[in-house]
Design a protein around this ligand. Structure first.
Ligand code: GRF
Length: 184
């Protein structure tokens, strides 16, 4: 199977996924695509000789990315810290084959504006004693597709939003590659 990763930022999850499938017979990462030309994820991909592609919002909305993924015969699309809304055309081209990771236990702390540190700050502000990760299929609405996997972690009263982010990242790195493999 051929996997493409879309990412807008640092790409620590992307790197774990690339590493995980490096010598796999089940799947290869054929592309890392980003809407940010300076995203560190592009450096990480290059380090592993994974092809990269940079696109902008209108390329996404006009279907250029969908064409690119189809021409590469991509089977599965992984969103790993990808911040643009996925257009209908892309969802239709990959039904039930786009997976996202969200750094909270959805349905808590999902939806527009809830990404990155905003999520961990909200968990802190609510004094929640637990947070976690949600891996879900992507549909038309932000963070509302079918949930595939969740894992939780304890939040201490003394944890800063940065501490929470670190705990959540550790969970993501531990589980995301395996869960992707199970979906293929
Ligand atoms: C992760 O926390 C993920 O849940 C969210 O964006 C973050 C990406 O982190 N959607 P990284 O770029 O993989 O380090």
């Amino acid at each position: 199977k051929k996997i493409a990763i879309l990412a807008s930022g640092s790409g620590s999850n992307a790197e774990k996924i690339i590493e995980y499938f490096q010598n796999s017979e089940k799947a290869q990462i054929v592309l890392v695509a980003s809407n940010k030309k300076d995203a560190y994820v592009l450096e990480r991909a290059k380090k592993f000789s994974v092809p990269t592609f940079i696109f902008n919002r209108s390329d996404l909305e006009d279907g250029l990315l969908t064409k690119m993924l189809s021409s590469l015969e991509v089977d599965f699309v992984v969103l790993a810290g990808f911040l643009l809304k996925i257009p209908q055309g892309l969802i239709k081209a990959f039904p039930e084959r786009i997976v996202n990771i969200h750094p909270a236990l959805l349905p808590k702390y999902g939806g527009k504006g809830m990404y990155g540190m905003h999520v961990h700050q909200a968990v802190k502000d609510a004094s929640d004693s637990e947070t976690g990760i949600t891996i879900h299929l992507v549909n038309e609405n932000y963070d509302e597709g079918k949930v595939i996997f969740q894992a939780g972690v304890e939040v201490l009263e003394t944890d800063t939003p940065e501490d929470i982010a670190n705990k959540v990242h550790a969970l993501e790195h531990k589980y995301f590659p395996n869960v992707i493999e199970s979906l293929l």
